[in-house]
Design a protein around this ligand. Structure first.
Ligand code: KE4
Length: 421
């Protein structure tokens, strides 16, 4: 059955035909693809079209699809039982590995998604500080918990929404939303409400309005203002974690958060999330402390096996400088090609993360991201897809180079991008 027929069938039984809105191709138009299998940097659609994948399942697949060692670890774990709902040695070893690789992480709680990790972190912050307010940034996306669906990025921004139906005004009344990279706006909020702000949560490198790195001094400024007001600083590293090195972005940039949320890469493609940080804060979590949190499949042995193998390979193989070099090539050569063809597009990168922004100006926050010509992006997306390259189907997401992409893949990508502009 081809993608078109599958999508028609899917829409009969799944809302919008998808299990996550961004997969519906609404931002780029056309029928969404259906994938039959993946291997390394490639995926094959149900029609048999070979695609070089630069979405990487929205980030988890930094080692590429079906990395043999990860597959074997999953098979080995699953053959011993998929879930027990009671403790295993594997989850202890994985928690120890996370705390070994992330200096700011004294303790960690495993969950099953990035959304769960963020929900837990914010409940922890409110419980630990006995405060109610949260600061999150315009255009950052932290999963789909009610109170975070306010001026969020990713699928909401892609769909032109800034919040969601079904979210009660009271749920978001205590969420304050300054522009990303605007430290003065944060200080102004803190001057008014600082004594009731439980936490500032931020994507240290924003990835849900496209790639928007922190301005010089922004993260340290957040650390300082959080300390001045007694609020916690939470780094949502669901995208950033293990992206630029075998640790967190916080560890690499030298700004230490109180809590870090993880997901994506740490599960190696399996459902996993984690929240960890200062022991004093983490010990507020049940059953030790008064902040409740739970999960049937938390610390699931199959997901933990995939994550442990993935992080071990990243630590031992250290593919990051090779990934960065490939990301740099894409950024420099695609941006140069757009300039040469007088196309209003530039393609910043950070490590293996990149976004082709269809706008003249720099993108430093949500307002500037919204200047992008999403129609031009959609044309580029399909031109690339027709040439066998799969990018995230949204202007407000990030493309990912993996350890599985070869130099030839990058050369071919750039050639196709030049033709597609
Ligand atoms: P999940 O609940 O989807 O595992 O994680 C939520 C989340 C939290 N924090 C950040 C910084 C995130 O980027 C995400 C999820 N990312 C999106 C894509 N940018 C997931 C794709 C989708 O929603 O289908």
């Amino acid at each position: 059955m081809d993608s078109k027929a599958l999508f028609e069938r899917a829409q009969e039984v799944i809302p919008g035909g998808v299990n996550s809105p961004v997969r519906a191709f609404n931002a780029v138009g056309g029928t969404p693809i259906y994938v039959a299998r993946g291997a390394g940097a490639r995926m094959w659609t149900v029609e048999g079209q070979e695609l070089i994948d630069f979405c990487g399942s929205w980030g988890p697949l930094i080692l590429g699809h079906a990395r043999p060692e990860v597959v074997e670890a999953v098979i080995r774990a699953a053959s011993n039982g998929s879930s027990f709902g009671i403790n295993t040695e594997a989850e202890v070893e994985f928690a120890e590995l996370l705390c070994e690789l992330i200096p700011s992480m004294d303790m960690v709680r495993l969950v099953s998604s990035g959304t769960e990790a963020v929900m837990t972190a914010l409940r922890l912050a409110r419980g630990f500080t006995s405060r109610r307010k949260i600061i999150k940034f315009d255009g950052c996306y932290h999963g789909h918990a009610d109170y975070l669906l306010v001026s969020a990025g990713s699928g909401l921004l892609t769909g032109g929404m800034t919040s969601s139906a079904g979210v009660s005004p009271s749920a978001v009344a205590e969420v304050l939303v300054p522009p990303y990279n605007d430290l003065d706006a944060v200080r102004a909020i803190m001057a008014e409400e600082g004594d009731d702000v439980a936490a500032i949560i931020v994507e240290p490198v924003a990835g849900n309005m496209g790639l928007v790195p922190p301005a010089e001094g922004f993260l340290q400024g957040l650390r300082d203002v959080a300390d001045e007001c007694g609020a916690l600083l939470i780094f949502d590293e669901v995208i950033n974690g293990f992206r630029l090195g075998a640790t967190t972005y916080g560890a690499q940039c030298g700004v230490t958060p109180d809590l870090t949320c993880l997901g994506k890469i740490i599960g190696g493609g399996m459902p996993i999330g984690a929240v960890g940080g200062r022991e004093e804060v983490m010990k507020s979590l049940a059953p030790l402390g008064p902040v409740y949190q739970a999960g049937t499949l938390s610390g699931n042995p199959v997901a933990v096996a995939a994550g442990h193998m993935t992080l071990s390979l990243l630590r031992d193989e250290n593919p990051y400088s090779a990934i960065e070099a490939k990301g740099r090539r894409i950024s420099e050569e695609v941006t140069a090609a757009a300039k040469a063809k007088d196309v209003a597009m530039h393609c910043p990168h950070l490590g293996g993360m990149f976004t082709p922004f269809f706008t003249e100006g720099p993108v430093t926050d949500l307002a500037s991201a919204k200047c992008c010509d999403t129609k031009a992006h959609a044309v580029f997306f399909h031109n690339m897809l027709d040439r066998g390259f799969y990018l995230p189907p949204s202007q407000f997401e990030v493309g990912f180079v993996s350890a599985a992409h070869t130099d030839d893949d990058i050369t071919a990508f750039i050639a196709a991008a030049v033709e597609s502009l």
